[in-house]
Design a protein around this ligand. Structure first.
Ligand code: EPU
Length: 418
């Protein structure tokens, strides 16, 4: 297994360009199942998760071509509407094929994802909403078997809690349903808005995406379209922390500042200087990092996907910071690894109390999930001495060429291929 080796203590300086958003590209690639013709996507990040969903679509009978930054997907027919356990267990976002398969192809068999490193992550709300639309769902041998003997029907559905992929799945199911669907307490994440934009370009009638009520008027068919995926706000946020934690100065190009307000505010409170320059952000790290409390929230609140990275920054802050995770119950796997680097963190339920230390020291650490891995790399960039991050396949799921991008900014980072 590959390892990433970091020699810490170098200020990051220069420019870095943000890649396309993983969490927008995944549902948008699943949306290609809904359209007649060839969907052509630009700004598609080169990531393990993108290869996984491409493999899943191919497994069903789609033609998928991937080039650096581009994808082409054509789904004439679905021979095999099955998302097998082997794929779903490596990437939960595979459940995003459920809505489109039911809507256009009338049946789907999708493995239940099961637990993962950050918590149990059920899909009960996806299933409840599909049942409300008339789908017949049974659970058998670890699989969700769903069919729509009479087609899907528009409905009014209230999500007990906002769910990003749940909202996306049901939005994709509703675009080809009969009549109007109204989704209440929908997720407001920018990736939901990006998906709605593609679907509308395909001929769907969706309004309200980005707010908590989304209205979808069903149409009879969708035509494939061209689309450029939005920038990855979490990758951008991770580079902002990288600039801050190394006391560097980095221009983050294509950072989409409008989607990063909560992150920007917290980082400014921590002492980073952040200047908006059109679509770019210039981020300068402070001499002394200030401790700030943080609570993760659904968008537009502070994203859970940035909690681990922010915690790495707080490990070096001046004072005590209380970090509360409200979205996933078990998203603190990075804590014990950061502690191995000398961090002072106490856990109590869904709260981490971080007391800043003057320095971290490089150590061998293990990545446990995507964002946890990012926090270990950030810790390693700032630490004294060498950090060796193992199980980096987690980071390859969601950060495009991270070691190349960081070394272009002056980091001493390299990958050892095993
Ligand atoms: N939930 C339920 N029932 C459901 C669905 C969700 O109880 O049917 C709960 C979850 O357990 C969680 C909360 O609702 O407590 C919110 O989860 P959500 O469904 O919004 O998460 P997700 O859609 O599975 C997406 C991202 C995650 C990101 C979360 C939260 C994609 C492909 N994944 O997951 O991204 O953390 O939203 O913003 O969009 C990552 O990129 O590292 C990542 C984990």
């Amino acid at each position: 297994m590959d390892k990433i080796i970091i020699e810490g203590g170098y200020e990051l300086k220069g420019e870095v360009t943000v890649s396309g958003a993983k969490n927008a590209a995944l549902p948008i690639m699943a949306a290609a199942l809904l359209a007649e013709g060839t969907t052509r996507l630009e700004n598609v990040p080169e990531l393990k998760d993108i290869a996984t969903i491409a493999g899943l679509l191919r497994h069903m009978g789609a033609r998928v071509e991937l080039w650096p930054g581009r994808a082409e997907i054509e789904v004439d027919q679905v021979d095999n509407p099955v998302a097998p356990y082997e794929l779903v267990k490596t990437m939960r976002a595979s459940v995003l094929v459920l809505g489109p398969l039911l809507a256009r192809h009338g049946q789907a068999q999708v493995s239940l994802p099961g637990g993962c490193a950050i918590g149990p992550r059920p899909i009960n709300l996806h299933l409840k909403a599909l049942e409300a639309m008339g789908a017949k769902i049974t659970l058998d041998h670890g699989y969700v078997n769903a069919e729509t003997p009479d087609g899907l029907k528009g409905t009014e559905f209230f999500f007990d809690q906002p769910t990003v992929t749940g909202t996306e799945n049901i939005m994709m199911a509703a675009v080809l349903a009969q009549g109007r669907t109204i989704l209440r307490n929908a997720a407001k994440e920018p990736e939901v808005v990006d998906l709605a934009a593609v679907l509308n370009r395909m001929g769907a009638q969706i309004s309200g995406a980005g707010g908590d009520v989304i209205t979808i008027d069903g149409v009879t068919s969708l035509k494939a379209t061209d689309y450029s995926i939005m920038p990855d706000r979490i990758e951008a946020g991770t580079f902002m922390v990288a600039a801050g934690i190394t006391r560097g100065r980095v221009l983050i190009k294509g950072a989409s500042p409008g989607c990063l307000t909560a992150v920007t505010k917290k980082l400014e409170q921590a002492g980073l200087v952040i200047e908006e320059k059109g679509p770019d952000l210039m981020v300068t790290g402070p001499e002394r990092i200030t401790s700030v409390d943080l609570k993760t929230k659904p968008y537009p609140g502070f994203p859970t996907d940035m909690q681990a990275q922010f915690m790495a920054l707080m490990c070096l802050a001046n004072g005590l910071s209380v970090v509360t995770e409200t979205i996933f119950e078990n998203r603190f796997m990075h804590v014990s690894e950061l502690k191995r680097m000398g961090a002072d963190i106490r856990l109590s339920g869904n709260t981490a109390i971080v007391t800043g230390v003057p320095f971290l020291s490089g150590a061998p650490v293990m990545a446990t999930d995507l964002r946890a891995s990012a926090s270990l790399i950030l810790g390693g960039l700032a630490a004294k001495g060498q950090t060796e991050v193992s199980r980096v396949y987690h980071i390859d799921r969601g950060y495009e060429r991270i070691e190349q991008k960081l070394s272009a900014l002056g980091a001493r980072i390299r990958r050892i291929r095993a």
